[in-house]
Design a protein. Structure first.
Length: 80
């Protein structure tokens, strides 16, 4: 159940991308801390390509602040 919660809610960037910047950066920091504890499990479950696809899909929008997007992308790179 915990893994499903993580996969379908915490890693649903379509959902979290609608939040304000502060919530989004905190969300990414939480994910980084969570993955740090079980790095091997998450690396095999999701992998680097998953997070690269997330960056391309959710953190590359011309409508949003460029500096905020850079910081969000940097946070995702830190997770990888």
């Amino acid at each position: 159940l915990t893994n499903q919660l993580i996969q379908y809610i915490l890693l649903d960037f379509g959902l979290w991308n609608k939040a304000k910047y502060d919530v989004r950066i905190s969300h990414l920091q939480y994910i980084a801390a969570l993955i740090k504890d079980e790095r091997k499990f998450y690396r095999t479950k999701f992998g680097v390509q998953y997070f690269l696809d997330i960056i391309r899909q959710y953190f590359n929008s011309p409508e949003e602040d460029i500096d905020e997007q850079k910081q969000l992308r940097s946070a995702v790179y830190g997770i990888m």
